[in-house]
Design a protein around this ligand. Structure first.
Ligand SMILES: NC(=O)c1ccc[n+]([C@@H]2O[C@H](COP(=O)([O-])OP(=O)(O)OC[C@H]3O[C@@H](n4cnc5c(N)ncnc54)[C@H](O)[C@@H]3O)[C@@H](O)[C@H]2O)c1
Ligand SMILES: O=CCc1c[nH]cn1
Length: 527
């Protein structure tokens, strides 16, 4: 009786999956040439067993907003325990097949995924603009980076190898670089597709499967990625998307079949993820927040330093983890620096993110906008001077009146003990402070619990490298800022995280080494 019931269950499950797959038009086709103010999404945004799946619990759905207009794009029901379990099991089944392929075979599939993504770059970028509020110019750059990430790890896949180690008496050992199994990715909302790719591409290249949970504020492009991987030829279930917030994330971290959690988000949530993973002795990668220093010496090329400070603060409306928001300027050049930085900040075109000329779009949400404006008010109360911006901004286009825009802000007269200098604001607010000596500025720059990134502008080569060596941060940019690339490792020191993403270093975080020891003679037993 039991076996008959099971057979029925599997038969209907199989039919349902088959029906879902036959009837589904790819999400990106439905969202082709997306524009602001019109998109309404009814499609389910979960993806496992190779198809989009409706969550069961429509009751506690949360609205997802379009940041540039304030409209509701869709209601997002969170996945519960049963759905998380289905996604993880689907990943595990696919992992058993995928991990048996050679690196060359896996790389070929990933290259195809990169090709498809490049072909649809503009369409994907438009969806990112609708869901995130960043400008189309930046979104196109982000999708280009995602394509490069998949290509890079497609190239790394065939190079994965162990070592041969000679031992006494003709014996030897060798190491096998093996995948971990089912990896969970949990992402933030500021680079929705890039973060999904930075986790999934190396995971898949190394032979793992992934269940990815995007931020509930920017849930759409991860599903597009899942459909691209499928079209490129990954086995059904290899890359899955489950939607939801803290509860769904916590179910994923606790699932016994999950081997690793790679998390991108704030420090407080990162601590919780690490605690949950510790219970199952699972590996973690934590890419967390920052409050990075940018140090500008008087011998710098000033125009480059000004441009660098803008790039360090205003991309993606200032919502970038590694932004250099504590700008230390050597006292002698502070007046010229401020004059130029304020002139250029005032000239930043804020507004419709779909327009070519726009350089700053909308912040992610109303609460985020209010929080950032609150930081500016608090800074003023504590003695900072607003040189420009820091106000809500209402674009002239009536359809954007409900959007979450603000004018980019430069704060002068800041001190190290002010809230705006100590805490991550995650908005377009630059805090500027004078310094006198190299020793003093290094001590002040390092006086923080964060350690994600840092930057230095100087013409003195020796000084540049000395400062880079002494800054306690995972990345130091010399004479530029935010020039991140998929080919170089990225990750924080101190409370900004554990582990690396990007570059060859990431392989260590998605594989485990097995040692095989081979005896060539007789066993010398003591017993
Ligand atoms: N270091 C990096 O590479 C990097 C990149 C992007 C963003 N960030 C950081 O992310 C933060 C902004 O993003 P955010 O507001 O989405 O961060 P967040 O910590 O609020 O959320 C991040 C993700 O964690 C999930 N989550 C929340 N509670 C959880 C829980 N208890 N268990 C499991 N998952 C949970 C969220 O749903 C979301 O998907 C900033 O601090 C920023 O610096 C860091
Ligand atoms: O918010 C930070 C996103 C990022 C950029 N490079 C690596 N992570």
């Amino acid at each position: 009786m039991h076996a008959r019931l099971l057979r029925h269950f599997f038969f209907f499950f199989f039919l349902r999956q088959k029906f879902l797959k036959m009837s589904q038009q790819p999400l990106l086709q439905l969202l082709h040439n997306a524009s602001l103010g019109s998109l309404e999404l009814k499609e389910p945004l979960n993806f496992w067993c190779g198809a989009r799946v409706q969550a069961r619990s429509a009751g506690n759905a949360e609205p997802v907003y379009e940041p540039a207009t304030g409209r509701v794009l869709c209601d997002l029901p969170p996945c519960g325990a049963e759905e998380v379990d289905q996604a993880v099991r689907s990943a595990h089944a696919a992992y058993l097949k995928w991990s048996r392929l050679s690196g060359m075979e896996r790389g070929r599939v990933l290259l195809e995924a990169a090709r498809i993504m490049r072909e649809r770059l503009v369409d994907i970028a438009k969806v990112e603009v609708v869901n995130n509020g960043k400008t189309l110019t930046e979104a196109k750059g982000n999708i280009h980076m995602a394509v490069q990430g998949i290509e890079y790890f497609a190239g790394i896949a065939p190079t994965l190898a162990g070592q041969h180690i000679q031992m006494p008496g003709g014996c030897f050992a060798y190491t096998r670089r093996e995948p971990l199994g089912v990896c969970v990715g949990i992402g933030a909302w500021n680079f929705p597709l890039v973060l999904a790719v930075m986790k999934s591409a190396p995971a898949l290249a190394c032979g793992n499967a992934m269940v990815y949970k995007p931020s509930p504020m920017a849930p759409i492009t991860a599903v597009i990625l899942a459909e691209i991987y499928k079209e490129a030829g990954v086995p059904d279930g290899l890359f899955n998307v489950v939607q939801g917030g803290a509860e769904t994330g916590s179910l994923l971290c606790h699932h016994p079949m999950v081997a690793k959690v790679s998390f991108t988000g704030s420090v407080p949530t990162g601590k919780k993820v690490m605690e949950m993973a510790a219970k199952g002795v699972k590996q973690v990668t934590l890419e967390l927040g920052g409050k990075s220093p940018l140090i500008i010496f008087k011998d710098c090329e000033l125009e480059n330093a000004v441009k660098g400070a803008l790039m360090a603060n205003f991309l993606t409306q200032g919502q970038v983890c590694c932004n250099g928001t504590r700008v230390y300027v050597q006292r002698d050049i502070l007046p010229q620096f401020l004059e130029e930085v304020v002139k250029r900040t005032k000239a930043i075109a804020v507004g419709d993110p779909m327009l070519d000329g726009t350089r700053m779009g909308a912040l992610i949400s109303r609460p985020q906008l209010d929080k950032v404006l609150g930081f500016v008010k608090e800074a003023q109360k504590q003695g900072a001077r607003v040189l420009c911006g820091g106000e809500p901004f209402v674009p002239s286009d009536p359809k954007l009146k409900g959007g979450y825009f603000m004018s980019p802000c430069v704060l002068d007269n800041c001190r190290d003990d002010m809230t705006c200098v100590k805490e991550e604001i995650f908005g377009p607010v630059m805090s500027v402070m004078p310094f006198d000596t190299e020793e003093e500025v290094l001590q002040r720059a390092n006086n923080t619990t964060f350690g994600l990134a840092s930057g230095v502008f100087t013409r003195d080569v020796a000084r540049a490298h000395r400062v880079a060596e002494n800054l306690q941060a995972g990345t130091c940019f010399i004479n530029n800022y935010n020039t991140n690339s998929v080919v170089v490792p990225f990750g924080g020191y101190k409370m900004s995280g554990i582990g690396k993403e990007n570059g060859q270093a990431v392989i260590e975080y998605y594989t485990q080494l097995k040692t095989v020891v081979v005896e060539m003679g007789d066993v010398q037993s003591l017993f």
